[in-house]
Design a protein. Structure first.
Length: 264
């Protein structure tokens, strides 16, 4: 593997920037290619076969074109549905993103955990298995908050996002029986930590939030440690959607030293 081959971070949108932020801390010199499937967003409202076919097809083409050293599917929905399929068809290390139920189970004091995700993520058997493996003696309350994806994308584009808008998306989580006992919330979508300030205000004091971005970055670092990756050209970001709309995110990418925005 060429030591200049990029780490490919793939997401339906730009939620994967939360993973990139952690990766930059651990591997500041590693070459990165960020890929956003805006043409296919949102994944959370699609069927499992639709998501699996789209993710596998796109990553196959991207792997052929960009020859990445590793692919990170920085999207909970895509990972819980398509991770095993992608690993079967691509001969490159693949890191997925799964809800951080295990660390949440170790953090909660009340034994009641909330999980915010997309409709597709929260219904996956993968999540059922995580609950069984790591939180079987806890209560896990799930809620689909797909509107947070669009709010996070809007926030990164410099648009105003109100706490009221965020609250409207998530209030049903604590309205469930036992919801008043939630003290730890799993953010099971890489977009959601982008709204951490608004979520903290919406839920109030006494709530801890956990997501998997740090653990994902550590896994990427561990798998690429022996590759001695180094940047030979400027990092870039690509989108499957409209390029002019993508360029509204320029400032967000520049913050991570990505100045080249292109259409895939």
């Amino acid at each position: 593997m060429d030591r200049n081959s990029p780490i490919l971070l793939f997401d339906s949108g730009v939620g994967g920037l939360t993973v990139l932020a952690e990766l930059r801390e651990l591997q500041p010199d590693a070459p990165v290619l960020f890929a956003a499937d805006h043409a296919g967003m949102p994944y959370g409202t699609k069927t499992e076969p639709e998501v699996a076919a789209r993710v596998a097809g796109l990553l196959g083409r991207m792997a052929e074109r960009y020859q990445p050293s590793l692919i990170c599917i920085a999207c909970n929905t895509a990972s819980t549905i398509a991770l095993s399929m992608v690993r079967e068809v691509l001969e490159v290390p693949i890191v997925g993103t799964v809800p951080a139920i295990k660390p949440a189970a170790g953090m909660t004091k009340t034994g009641t955990i909330g999980l915010l995700g997309t409709e597709a993520t929260i219904r996956q058997p993968y999540v059922d298995q995580l609950e069984q493996d790591f939180a079987s003696d806890h209560r896990l309350l799930r809620h689909a908050a797909p509107g947070l994806v669009q709010l996070a994308e809007a926030k990164l584009r410099g648009r105003d996002v109100s706490v009221d808008d965020v609250t409207a998306e998530v209030r049903a989580l604590v309205m469930q029986p036992g919801g008043q006992d939630i003290d730890t919330i799993v953010l099971a979508c890489t977009h959601f930590p982008l709204l951490l300030d608004e979520l903290a205000e919406a839920f109030g004091d006494g709530i801890a939030f956990v997501d998997g971005s740090r653990g994902i970055a550590r896994r990427i670092a561990a798998l690429t440690e022996g590759m001695k990756l180094e940047r030979a050209e400027p990092d870039r970001a690509v989108t499957t959607g409209d390029l002019e709309s993508f360029k509204e995110l320029t400032d967000s990418f520049v913050a991570f030293n990505i100045h080249r925005l292109e259409r895939f």
